[in-house]
Design a protein around this ligand. Structure first.
Ligand SMILES: NC(=O)C1=CN([C@@H]2O[C@H](COP(=O)(O)OP(=O)(O)OC[C@H]3O[C@@H](n4cnc5c(N)ncnc54)[C@H](OP(=O)(O)O)[C@@H]3O)[C@@H](O)[C@H]2O)C=CC1
Ligand SMILES: O=C(O)CCCC(=O)O
Length: 484
Protein backbone atom coordinates (compact mmCIF):
# COMPACT_ATOMS: atom_id res chain seq x y z
CA UNK A 1 0.00 0.00 0.00
CA UNK A 2 1.48 3.33 -1.11
CA UNK A 3 1.46 5.84 1.78
CA UNK A 4 0.77 9.38 0.58
CA UNK A 5 0.00 12.64 2.37
CA UNK A 6 -2.57 13.41 -0.32
CA UNK A 7 -4.12 10.10 -1.35
CA UNK A 8 -6.25 11.78 -4.04
CA UNK A 9 -3.11 11.92 -6.20
CA UNK A 10 -3.26 8.18 -6.74
CA UNK A 11 -6.00 7.85 -9.39
CA UNK A 12 -6.96 4.66 -11.14
CA UNK A 13 -9.18 6.23 -13.79
CA UNK A 14 -8.38 8.20 -16.92
CA UNK A 15 -8.93 11.93 -17.19
CA UNK A 16 -10.81 12.71 -20.39
CA UNK A 17 -12.39 16.09 -21.04
CA UNK A 18 -12.36 16.86 -17.35
CA UNK A 19 -14.13 13.62 -16.39
CA UNK A 20 -12.52 10.72 -14.51
CA UNK A 21 -13.50 7.67 -16.55
CA UNK A 22 -13.19 3.89 -16.86
CA UNK A 23 -12.72 2.10 -20.18
CA UNK A 24 -15.97 1.68 -22.14
CA UNK A 25 -15.78 -2.10 -21.73
CA UNK A 26 -14.50 -1.92 -18.14
CA UNK A 27 -11.19 -3.58 -19.06
CA UNK A 28 -8.09 -2.79 -16.99
CA UNK A 29 -4.30 -3.14 -16.99
CA UNK A 30 -2.28 -4.13 -13.92
CA UNK A 31 0.54 -1.84 -12.82
CA UNK A 32 3.47 -3.59 -11.13
CA UNK A 33 6.15 -2.24 -8.77
CA UNK A 34 9.36 -3.45 -10.47
CA UNK A 35 11.26 -3.55 -7.16
CA UNK A 36 8.85 -5.97 -5.50
CA UNK A 37 6.63 -7.34 -8.29
CA UNK A 38 3.63 -6.32 -6.17
CA UNK A 39 0.53 -5.13 -7.99
CA UNK A 40 0.22 -1.41 -7.33
CA UNK A 41 -3.21 -1.10 -8.87
CA UNK A 42 -5.22 -1.08 -12.07
CA UNK A 43 -5.77 1.50 -14.78
CA UNK A 44 -8.33 1.51 -17.59
CA UNK A 45 -7.45 -0.32 -20.79
CA UNK A 46 -8.91 2.16 -23.25
CA UNK A 47 -8.80 2.03 -27.04
CA UNK A 48 -9.59 4.03 -30.13
CA UNK A 49 -13.16 5.03 -29.14
CA UNK A 50 -12.03 6.69 -25.91
CA UNK A 51 -9.04 8.24 -27.69
CA UNK A 52 -11.41 9.75 -30.27
CA UNK A 53 -13.56 11.13 -27.46
CA UNK A 54 -10.50 12.78 -25.87
CA UNK A 55 -9.37 14.23 -29.20
CA UNK A 56 -12.84 15.61 -29.95
CA UNK A 57 -12.94 17.13 -26.46
CA UNK A 58 -9.56 18.74 -27.06
CA UNK A 59 -10.78 20.15 -30.35
CA UNK A 60 -13.86 21.59 -28.63
CA UNK A 61 -11.63 23.19 -25.98
CA UNK A 62 -9.11 24.61 -28.43
CA UNK A 63 -10.87 27.83 -29.41
CA UNK A 64 -11.34 29.12 -25.87
CA UNK A 65 -7.81 28.10 -24.89
CA UNK A 66 -6.14 29.80 -27.84
CA UNK A 67 -8.26 32.89 -27.27
CA UNK A 68 -7.02 33.32 -23.73
CA UNK A 69 -4.26 35.85 -23.38
CA UNK A 70 -0.74 34.52 -23.01
CA UNK A 71 -0.78 35.91 -19.49
CA UNK A 72 -3.94 34.00 -18.56
CA UNK A 73 -2.42 30.76 -19.84
CA UNK A 74 0.78 31.58 -18.02
CA UNK A 75 -1.03 32.03 -14.69
CA UNK A 76 -2.62 28.59 -15.00
CA UNK A 77 0.67 26.92 -15.94
CA UNK A 78 2.38 28.69 -13.06
CA UNK A 79 -0.28 27.48 -10.63
CA UNK A 80 0.14 23.91 -11.93
CA UNK A 81 3.90 24.20 -11.42
CA UNK A 82 3.39 25.38 -7.83
CA UNK A 83 1.01 22.52 -7.06
CA UNK A 84 3.53 19.99 -8.38
CA UNK A 85 6.22 21.46 -6.14
CA UNK A 86 3.85 21.48 -3.14
CA UNK A 87 3.05 17.80 -3.73
CA UNK A 88 6.52 16.72 -4.80
CA UNK A 89 7.05 14.22 -1.96
CA UNK A 90 3.92 12.28 -2.89
CA UNK A 91 4.58 12.53 -6.62
CA UNK A 92 8.09 11.16 -6.06
CA UNK A 93 6.73 8.25 -4.05
CA UNK A 94 4.27 7.40 -6.81
CA UNK A 95 7.11 7.49 -9.32
CA UNK A 96 9.46 5.26 -7.32
CA UNK A 97 6.65 2.78 -6.73
CA UNK A 98 5.79 2.37 -10.40
CA UNK A 99 9.16 3.01 -12.07
CA UNK A 100 11.67 1.81 -9.48
CA UNK A 101 14.13 4.71 -9.53
CA UNK A 102 15.61 5.79 -6.17
CA UNK A 103 13.43 8.24 -4.28
CA UNK A 104 16.08 10.96 -4.53
CA UNK A 105 16.07 10.61 -8.33
CA UNK A 106 12.27 10.69 -8.37
CA UNK A 107 12.32 13.93 -6.37
CA UNK A 108 14.85 15.27 -8.84
CA UNK A 109 12.65 14.31 -11.75
CA UNK A 110 9.55 15.93 -10.22
CA UNK A 111 11.47 19.20 -9.83
CA UNK A 112 12.94 18.83 -13.32
CA UNK A 113 9.52 18.07 -14.82
CA UNK A 114 7.89 20.99 -13.01
CA UNK A 115 10.60 23.31 -14.31
CA UNK A 116 9.23 22.89 -17.84
CA UNK A 117 5.84 24.22 -16.72
CA UNK A 118 7.46 27.13 -14.91
CA UNK A 119 9.69 27.92 -17.87
CA UNK A 120 6.92 27.74 -20.48
CA UNK A 121 4.61 29.80 -18.26
CA UNK A 122 7.12 32.58 -18.92
CA UNK A 123 8.17 31.78 -22.46
CA UNK A 124 4.55 31.58 -23.66
CA UNK A 125 4.44 35.37 -23.22
CA UNK A 126 7.21 35.77 -25.77
CA UNK A 127 5.71 34.36 -28.95
CA UNK A 128 7.00 37.20 -31.06
CA UNK A 129 6.25 37.76 -34.73
CA UNK A 130 8.32 39.45 -37.38
CA UNK A 131 8.21 42.12 -40.07
CA UNK A 132 10.19 41.64 -43.25
CA UNK A 133 11.13 44.39 -45.73
CA UNK A 134 9.04 43.70 -48.85
CA UNK A 135 10.61 43.54 -52.32
CA UNK A 136 8.08 46.12 -53.60
CA UNK A 137 7.05 49.50 -52.12
CA UNK A 138 3.28 48.81 -52.11
CA UNK A 139 3.44 45.75 -49.85
CA UNK A 140 4.22 44.97 -46.22
CA UNK A 141 5.19 41.53 -44.92
CA UNK A 142 4.08 40.60 -41.43
CA UNK A 143 4.70 37.22 -39.80
CA UNK A 144 2.70 35.94 -36.84
CA UNK A 145 2.84 32.66 -34.94
CA UNK A 146 -0.25 30.67 -34.05
CA UNK A 147 -0.92 27.45 -32.10
CA UNK A 148 -0.77 24.43 -34.39
CA UNK A 149 -3.95 22.91 -32.94
CA UNK A 150 -4.87 19.69 -31.18
CA UNK A 151 -1.78 17.74 -30.14
CA UNK A 152 -1.29 14.14 -29.06
CA UNK A 153 1.64 12.77 -27.08
CA UNK A 154 2.89 9.28 -26.30
CA UNK A 155 5.42 9.07 -23.47
CA UNK A 156 7.80 6.44 -22.03
CA UNK A 157 8.24 4.78 -18.64
CA UNK A 158 11.80 5.93 -17.91
CA UNK A 159 10.83 9.54 -17.08
CA UNK A 160 7.14 9.19 -16.22
CA UNK A 161 6.55 12.84 -15.27
CA UNK A 162 9.07 15.06 -17.04
CA UNK A 163 8.50 13.61 -20.49
CA UNK A 164 4.88 14.70 -20.10
CA UNK A 165 5.46 18.19 -18.72
CA UNK A 166 8.16 18.86 -21.33
CA UNK A 167 5.57 18.35 -24.08
CA UNK A 168 2.48 19.65 -22.30
CA UNK A 169 4.15 22.83 -20.99
CA UNK A 170 5.12 23.88 -24.50
CA UNK A 171 1.79 22.85 -26.03
CA UNK A 172 -0.34 24.69 -23.48
CA UNK A 173 1.84 27.79 -23.52
CA UNK A 174 1.54 27.90 -27.30
CA UNK A 175 -2.26 27.72 -27.04
CA UNK A 176 -2.72 24.06 -27.98
CA UNK A 177 -4.75 21.40 -26.14
CA UNK A 178 -3.07 18.00 -25.77
CA UNK A 179 -4.07 14.39 -25.15
CA UNK A 180 -1.39 12.21 -23.52
CA UNK A 181 -0.99 8.45 -23.51
CA UNK A 182 1.61 7.52 -20.87
CA UNK A 183 3.50 4.22 -20.84
CA UNK A 184 1.41 1.37 -19.44
CA UNK A 185 4.14 0.59 -16.88
CA UNK A 186 4.04 4.12 -15.35
CA UNK A 187 0.54 5.61 -15.69
CA UNK A 188 0.10 6.85 -12.13
CA UNK A 189 2.59 9.72 -12.40
CA UNK A 190 0.64 10.94 -15.44
CA UNK A 191 -2.73 10.63 -13.73
CA UNK A 192 -1.39 12.49 -10.68
CA UNK A 193 -0.36 15.33 -12.99
CA UNK A 194 -3.93 15.38 -14.30
CA UNK A 195 -5.31 15.67 -10.74
CA UNK A 196 -3.14 18.74 -10.19
CA UNK A 197 -3.95 20.21 -13.61
CA UNK A 198 -7.61 20.16 -12.64
CA UNK A 199 -6.84 21.91 -9.36
CA UNK A 200 -4.68 24.46 -11.18
CA UNK A 201 -7.60 25.40 -13.42
CA UNK A 202 -6.51 23.88 -16.73
CA UNK A 203 -9.86 23.98 -18.56
CA UNK A 204 -11.81 20.87 -19.49
CA UNK A 205 -10.43 19.15 -22.58
CA UNK A 206 -7.17 21.12 -22.68
CA UNK A 207 -5.21 18.29 -21.03
CA UNK A 208 -6.45 14.69 -21.06
CA UNK A 209 -4.68 11.50 -20.01
CA UNK A 210 -5.71 8.20 -21.52
CA UNK A 211 -4.23 4.79 -20.64
CA UNK A 212 -4.62 1.51 -22.47
CA UNK A 213 -3.80 -0.22 -25.73
CA UNK A 214 -0.80 1.54 -27.28
CA UNK A 215 -1.58 0.45 -30.82
CA UNK A 216 -5.29 1.37 -30.65
CA UNK A 217 -4.76 4.75 -28.97
CA UNK A 218 -1.67 5.50 -31.07
CA UNK A 219 -3.58 4.46 -34.20
CA UNK A 220 -6.37 6.94 -33.44
CA UNK A 221 -3.95 9.73 -32.49
CA UNK A 222 -2.02 9.37 -35.74
CA UNK A 223 -4.99 8.95 -38.08
CA UNK A 224 -7.57 11.37 -36.64
CA UNK A 225 -7.74 14.45 -38.82
CA UNK A 226 -8.37 16.72 -35.82
CA UNK A 227 -4.87 16.00 -34.47
CA UNK A 228 -2.37 18.40 -36.03
CA UNK A 229 0.75 17.27 -34.20
CA UNK A 230 2.05 14.08 -32.62
CA UNK A 231 4.91 14.16 -30.14
CA UNK A 232 6.58 10.93 -29.10
CA UNK A 233 9.40 9.87 -26.78
CA UNK A 234 10.42 6.23 -26.90
CA UNK A 235 12.06 3.63 -29.11
CA UNK A 236 13.14 4.39 -32.66
CA UNK A 237 11.10 1.41 -33.84
CA UNK A 238 7.80 2.80 -32.49
CA UNK A 239 8.74 6.33 -33.58
CA UNK A 240 9.19 5.13 -37.14
CA UNK A 241 5.79 3.44 -37.04
CA UNK A 242 4.07 6.58 -35.68
CA UNK A 243 5.68 8.69 -38.42
CA UNK A 244 4.38 6.29 -41.05
CA UNK A 245 0.91 6.36 -39.52
CA UNK A 246 0.97 10.17 -39.31
CA UNK A 247 1.83 10.51 -42.99
CA UNK A 248 -1.76 9.80 -44.03
CA UNK A 249 -2.98 13.09 -42.58
CA UNK A 250 0.34 15.00 -42.93
CA UNK A 251 0.76 15.70 -39.24
CA UNK A 252 3.69 17.55 -37.80
CA UNK A 253 5.73 15.14 -35.67
CA UNK A 254 8.30 15.52 -32.92
CA UNK A 255 10.28 12.38 -32.25
CA UNK A 256 12.64 11.89 -29.33
CA UNK A 257 14.02 8.43 -29.95
CA UNK A 258 16.88 6.11 -29.10
CA UNK A 259 20.49 7.12 -28.60
CA UNK A 260 23.92 5.53 -28.56
CA UNK A 261 25.87 8.19 -26.71
CA UNK A 262 29.65 8.15 -26.90
CA UNK A 263 31.64 9.55 -23.96
CA UNK A 264 35.19 10.42 -24.98
CA UNK A 265 38.02 10.91 -22.50
CA UNK A 266 41.01 12.60 -24.16
CA UNK A 267 44.50 12.26 -22.74
CA UNK A 268 44.45 15.84 -21.40
CA UNK A 269 41.17 15.38 -19.49
CA UNK A 270 40.75 15.93 -15.77
CA UNK A 271 40.21 12.24 -15.02
CA UNK A 272 38.45 12.70 -11.69
CA UNK A 273 35.98 15.09 -13.28
CA UNK A 274 35.56 12.67 -16.20
CA UNK A 275 34.74 9.81 -13.85
CA UNK A 276 32.23 11.96 -11.99
CA UNK A 277 30.57 12.87 -15.30
CA UNK A 278 30.73 9.25 -16.44
CA UNK A 279 28.90 8.04 -13.33
CA UNK A 280 26.17 10.65 -13.71
CA UNK A 281 25.75 10.01 -17.39
CA UNK A 282 25.94 6.20 -17.33
CA UNK A 283 24.23 5.13 -14.14
CA UNK A 284 21.45 7.73 -13.83
CA UNK A 285 18.14 5.85 -13.73
CA UNK A 286 20.13 2.58 -13.78
CA UNK A 287 21.26 3.37 -17.31
CA UNK A 288 17.72 3.69 -18.66
CA UNK A 289 17.96 7.11 -20.26
CA UNK A 290 18.15 7.90 -23.94
CA UNK A 291 21.03 10.30 -23.23
CA UNK A 292 22.90 7.79 -21.04
CA UNK A 293 26.40 7.02 -22.21
CA UNK A 294 26.37 3.78 -24.18
CA UNK A 295 30.07 3.71 -25.17
CA UNK A 296 33.14 5.03 -23.35
CA UNK A 297 36.14 5.87 -25.55
CA UNK A 298 39.30 6.47 -23.54
CA UNK A 299 42.71 7.50 -24.89
CA UNK A 300 45.36 4.79 -24.62
CA UNK A 301 47.55 6.97 -22.36
CA UNK A 302 44.91 7.30 -19.64
CA UNK A 303 42.94 4.09 -20.31
CA UNK A 304 44.06 2.02 -17.32
CA UNK A 305 43.86 4.90 -14.88
CA UNK A 306 40.36 5.89 -16.04
CA UNK A 307 39.14 2.27 -15.84
CA UNK A 308 40.48 1.93 -12.31
CA UNK A 309 38.85 5.14 -11.13
CA UNK A 310 35.57 4.18 -12.81
CA UNK A 311 35.57 0.76 -11.15
CA UNK A 312 36.24 2.37 -7.76
CA UNK A 313 33.27 4.70 -8.24
CA UNK A 314 31.02 1.88 -9.45
CA UNK A 315 31.93 -0.08 -6.31
CA UNK A 316 30.24 2.64 -4.24
CA UNK A 317 26.86 2.26 -5.96
CA UNK A 318 24.14 0.58 -3.94
CA UNK A 319 21.55 -1.56 -5.71
CA UNK A 320 18.12 -2.02 -4.14
CA UNK A 321 14.56 -0.91 -3.67
CA UNK A 322 14.39 2.80 -4.51
CA UNK A 323 12.57 3.48 -1.23
CA UNK A 324 15.52 2.21 0.84
CA UNK A 325 18.07 4.64 2.26
CA UNK A 326 21.28 5.03 0.31
CA UNK A 327 20.10 3.12 -2.77
CA UNK A 328 21.48 4.64 -5.97
CA UNK A 329 20.49 1.91 -8.45
CA UNK A 330 16.90 0.69 -8.67
CA UNK A 331 15.70 -2.30 -10.66
CA UNK A 332 15.46 -2.34 -14.43
CA UNK A 333 11.94 -1.80 -15.64
CA UNK A 334 11.28 -5.47 -16.48
CA UNK A 335 12.79 -8.84 -17.37
CA UNK A 336 13.09 -7.93 -21.05
CA UNK A 337 15.39 -5.09 -20.05
CA UNK A 338 17.53 -7.51 -18.01
CA UNK A 339 17.67 -9.91 -20.95
CA UNK A 340 19.02 -7.15 -23.19
CA UNK A 341 21.82 -6.24 -20.77
CA UNK A 342 22.71 -9.93 -20.34
CA UNK A 343 22.78 -10.36 -24.12
CA UNK A 344 25.15 -7.40 -24.51
CA UNK A 345 27.43 -8.68 -21.75
CA UNK A 346 27.56 -12.21 -23.19
CA UNK A 347 28.24 -10.89 -26.69
CA UNK A 348 31.06 -8.65 -25.42
CA UNK A 349 32.67 -11.53 -23.54
CA UNK A 350 32.70 -13.80 -26.60
CA UNK A 351 34.43 -11.00 -28.54
CA UNK A 352 37.28 -10.41 -26.07
CA UNK A 353 35.67 -8.11 -23.48
CA UNK A 354 37.04 -8.24 -19.92
CA UNK A 355 34.70 -7.75 -16.95
CA UNK A 356 36.07 -5.21 -14.46
CA UNK A 357 32.89 -4.92 -12.36
CA UNK A 358 29.51 -6.62 -12.14
CA UNK A 359 28.42 -8.55 -15.20
CA UNK A 360 25.37 -10.46 -14.02
CA UNK A 361 21.89 -10.15 -12.51
CA UNK A 362 22.09 -8.93 -8.92
CA UNK A 363 21.69 -11.34 -6.02
CA UNK A 364 18.46 -9.49 -5.09
CA UNK A 365 16.83 -11.24 -8.06
CA UNK A 366 13.80 -9.83 -9.95
CA UNK A 367 15.06 -7.22 -12.44
CA UNK A 368 18.02 -5.95 -10.42
CA UNK A 369 21.35 -5.97 -12.29
CA UNK A 370 24.89 -5.37 -11.08
CA UNK A 371 26.47 -2.10 -12.24
CA UNK A 372 28.89 -3.40 -14.85
CA UNK A 373 32.13 -2.25 -16.47
CA UNK A 374 33.68 -4.11 -19.42
CA UNK A 375 37.16 -3.27 -20.71
CA UNK A 376 38.65 -3.97 -24.17
CA UNK A 377 35.39 -3.20 -25.96
CA UNK A 378 35.53 -3.29 -29.77
CA UNK A 379 33.46 -2.04 -32.69
CA UNK A 380 32.28 -5.60 -33.45
CA UNK A 381 30.37 -5.87 -30.17
CA UNK A 382 26.62 -5.19 -29.94
CA UNK A 383 27.33 -2.54 -27.30
CA UNK A 384 29.03 -0.52 -30.04
CA UNK A 385 25.94 -0.19 -32.19
CA UNK A 386 22.85 -1.03 -30.08
CA UNK A 387 21.44 0.97 -27.17
CA UNK A 388 21.84 -1.20 -24.05
CA UNK A 389 19.47 0.86 -21.84
CA UNK A 390 20.97 -0.61 -18.68
CA UNK A 391 23.90 -0.32 -16.23
CA UNK A 392 26.64 -1.56 -18.57
CA UNK A 393 29.72 0.58 -19.29
CA UNK A 394 31.85 -0.78 -22.15
CA UNK A 395 35.24 0.94 -22.41
CA UNK A 396 36.89 1.25 -25.84
CA UNK A 397 40.53 2.31 -26.37
CA UNK A 398 41.60 4.94 -28.93
CA UNK A 399 44.85 6.55 -30.11
CA UNK A 400 43.95 9.66 -32.14
CA UNK A 401 41.28 12.35 -32.39
CA UNK A 402 40.38 11.36 -35.96
CA UNK A 403 39.96 7.71 -35.02
CA UNK A 404 37.69 8.43 -32.05
CA UNK A 405 35.53 10.95 -33.90
CA UNK A 406 34.97 8.42 -36.70
CA UNK A 407 34.02 5.75 -34.17
CA UNK A 408 31.77 8.09 -32.19
CA UNK A 409 29.89 9.04 -35.36
CA UNK A 410 29.69 5.48 -36.68
CA UNK A 411 26.08 4.92 -35.60
CA UNK A 412 22.62 5.51 -36.98
CA UNK A 413 21.83 7.50 -33.82
CA UNK A 414 22.69 11.11 -32.99
CA UNK A 415 21.14 12.20 -29.71
CA UNK A 416 23.76 13.05 -27.05
CA UNK A 417 27.56 12.83 -26.97
CA UNK A 418 30.03 13.77 -24.24
CA UNK A 419 33.72 14.47 -24.11
CA UNK A 420 36.38 15.61 -21.65
CA UNK A 421 39.34 17.71 -22.68
CA UNK A 422 41.08 20.85 -21.40
CA UNK A 423 42.45 21.91 -24.79
CA UNK A 424 40.28 24.76 -26.09
CA UNK A 425 41.15 24.16 -29.75
CA UNK A 426 40.24 20.49 -29.44
CA UNK A 427 37.03 21.41 -27.62
CA UNK A 428 35.87 23.41 -30.64
CA UNK A 429 37.07 20.90 -33.25
CA UNK A 430 35.47 17.91 -31.55
CA UNK A 431 32.21 19.75 -30.74
CA UNK A 432 31.84 20.62 -34.41
CA UNK A 433 32.80 17.17 -35.68
CA UNK A 434 30.36 15.18 -33.54
CA UNK A 435 27.13 14.42 -35.44
CA UNK A 436 24.84 14.78 -32.45
CA UNK A 437 21.98 17.07 -31.39
CA UNK A 438 23.52 17.65 -27.94
CA UNK A 439 27.12 17.62 -26.77
CA UNK A 440 28.23 17.67 -23.14
CA UNK A 441 31.72 19.17 -22.83
CA UNK A 442 33.38 18.41 -19.51
CA UNK A 443 29.98 17.48 -18.06
CA UNK A 444 27.87 14.34 -17.94
CA UNK A 445 24.55 16.11 -17.29
CA UNK A 446 23.10 18.25 -20.05
CA UNK A 447 19.33 18.29 -19.53
CA UNK A 448 17.52 21.38 -18.34
CA UNK A 449 14.37 23.25 -19.27
CA UNK A 450 16.13 26.21 -20.91
CA UNK A 451 18.09 24.07 -23.40
CA UNK A 452 16.93 22.47 -26.66
CA UNK A 453 16.75 18.71 -26.15
CA UNK A 454 16.71 16.54 -29.27
CA UNK A 455 18.63 14.53 -31.78
CA UNK A 456 19.75 14.16 -35.37
CA UNK A 457 19.82 11.08 -37.63
CA UNK A 458 17.55 8.28 -36.36
CA UNK A 459 17.43 9.78 -32.88
CA UNK A 460 14.59 11.99 -33.94
CA UNK A 461 13.13 15.26 -35.07
CA UNK A 462 12.28 18.48 -33.28
CA UNK A 463 13.43 19.98 -30.02
CA UNK A 464 11.91 20.03 -26.53
CA UNK A 465 12.56 22.63 -23.86
CA UNK A 466 13.81 26.16 -24.57
CA UNK A 467 12.18 28.57 -27.04
CA UNK A 468 12.89 26.04 -29.81
CA UNK A 469 10.54 23.65 -28.05
CA UNK A 470 7.76 26.23 -28.16
CA UNK A 471 8.23 26.70 -31.91
CA UNK A 472 7.42 23.02 -32.37
CA UNK A 473 3.83 23.77 -31.27
CA UNK A 474 3.43 26.91 -33.37
CA UNK A 475 2.80 27.54 -37.06
CA UNK A 476 4.02 30.58 -38.93
CA UNK A 477 1.41 32.74 -40.67
CA UNK A 478 2.45 35.28 -43.29
CA UNK A 479 0.24 38.34 -43.80
CA UNK A 480 0.80 40.12 -47.10
CA UNK A 481 -0.54 43.69 -46.81
CA UNK A 482 -1.06 45.31 -50.20
CA UNK A 483 -2.43 48.56 -51.62
CA UNK A 484 -0.18 50.77 -49.51
N1 LIG B 1 14.03 7.70 -26.04
C1 LIG B 1 13.70 7.23 -24.87
O1 LIG B 1 13.66 7.96 -23.91
C2 LIG B 1 13.30 5.84 -24.70
C3 LIG B 1 13.88 4.83 -25.42
N2 LIG B 1 13.48 3.57 -25.23
C4 LIG B 1 14.18 2.51 -26.00
O2 LIG B 1 13.23 1.59 -26.43
C5 LIG B 1 13.51 0.30 -25.92
C6 LIG B 1 12.21 -0.42 -25.68
O3 LIG B 1 11.44 0.24 -24.66
P1 LIG B 1 9.87 0.26 -24.77
O4 LIG B 1 9.25 0.55 -23.48
O5 LIG B 1 9.45 -0.99 -25.44
O6 LIG B 1 9.65 1.56 -25.69
P2 LIG B 1 8.41 1.87 -26.58
O7 LIG B 1 8.85 2.77 -27.65
O8 LIG B 1 7.72 0.61 -26.96
O9 LIG B 1 7.42 2.62 -25.56
C7 LIG B 1 7.30 4.01 -25.43
C8 LIG B 1 5.85 4.43 -25.52
O10 LIG B 1 5.33 4.04 -26.79
C9 LIG B 1 4.12 3.32 -26.62
N3 LIG B 1 3.94 2.38 -27.73
C10 LIG B 1 4.45 1.14 -27.87
N4 LIG B 1 4.02 0.61 -29.04
C11 LIG B 1 3.22 1.52 -29.63
C12 LIG B 1 2.45 1.55 -30.83
N5 LIG B 1 2.44 0.53 -31.67
N6 LIG B 1 1.74 2.66 -31.12
C13 LIG B 1 1.74 3.69 -30.27
N7 LIG B 1 2.42 3.72 -29.11
C14 LIG B 1 3.17 2.66 -28.80
C15 LIG B 1 4.29 2.66 -25.27
O11 LIG B 1 3.04 2.26 -24.77
P3 LIG B 1 2.89 0.99 -23.81
O12 LIG B 1 3.70 1.29 -22.62
O13 LIG B 1 1.43 0.96 -23.54
O14 LIG B 1 3.39 -0.18 -24.58
C16 LIG B 1 4.93 3.78 -24.49
O15 LIG B 1 3.94 4.72 -24.10
C17 LIG B 1 14.34 0.55 -24.69
O16 LIG B 1 15.12 -0.54 -24.36
C18 LIG B 1 15.15 1.73 -25.14
O17 LIG B 1 16.23 1.29 -25.92
C19 LIG B 1 12.47 3.27 -24.37
C20 LIG B 1 11.85 4.22 -23.63
C21 LIG B 1 12.26 5.59 -23.71
O1 LIG C 1 14.17 10.33 -23.27
C1 LIG C 1 14.72 10.09 -22.20
O2 LIG C 1 15.39 9.10 -21.92
C2 LIG C 1 14.48 11.05 -21.16
C3 LIG C 1 15.49 12.10 -21.19
C4 LIG C 1 15.77 12.50 -19.84
C5 LIG C 1 16.37 13.85 -19.84
O3 LIG C 1 15.64 14.79 -20.10
O4 LIG C 1 17.55 13.93 -19.56
Amino acid sequence: MLMLKNSSLFRQQCYINGIWSDADGGETIQVINPATQEVLGLVPKMGSAEARQAIEGADAAWKAWRNKSAKERSNILRRWFELIIENSDDLARIMTAEQGKPLSESKGEIAYGASYLEWYAEEGKRVYGDTIPAPSRDKRIVVTKEPIGVCAAITPWNFPSSMITRKVGAALAAGCPIVVKPASQTPYSALALAVLSEEAGVPTGVFSVITGSASAIGGEMTSNDLVRKVSFTGSTEVGRLLMQQSAGTIKKVSMELGGNAPFIVFEDADLDAAVEGAMASKYRNTGQTCVCTNRFYVHDRVYDEFCQKLVNAVGKLKVGNGFDDGVTQGPLIDQAAVNKVEEHVADALTKGGRILAGGKPHALGLSFFEPTVIADATAEMKVAYEETFGPLAPVFRFHSDEEVIDQANDTEFGLAAYFYSRDIGRVWRVSEALEYGMVGINTGIISNEAAPFGGVKQSGLGREGSHYGLDDYLVVKYLCMGGI
